[in-house]
Unconditional design. Sequence first.
Length: 147
Amino acid sequence: MRKTSWLSLALLFTTYFIFGWKLSEFDIPPHMTWFLAVAAIFVLAIALSFPLKSTKKWIMRWISTDAGAFISIISAAFLAVIVVTWMHLFVTGLVLISAGALARLDIQIFGHQRWRTFCVLAAVSLSGLGLGGYLEFFSKTGRLVFS
């Protein structure tokens, strides 16, 4: 990696570090929460590394029908209500997506393969998430747990 890509990767690591720290603070069963967070990281890394070229055609075909346009408008209104109601979760997700997109663009500028882009995005995101969650757990309990 060149020197300029380290800044965006550091930003990606920091955002996922903070997300892991905040995720570890919740008093809910951690197994499902961490599973969903790791799954979301992989889905986001795949979506950023392997964009679908035919998505625009599919969306335009869907919206050009009356039923598709109506369902899209109703769905967008419902989504807007959810975004406004849960603004703190939406902003967190938007920051994670933005940091991932910035890192992906920075990696793409240097012409790396798609699989390497996926591996770098997933590795940096997962290490930030894991380290943030682990350090929050360690600060709360004072115990080092490796297994």
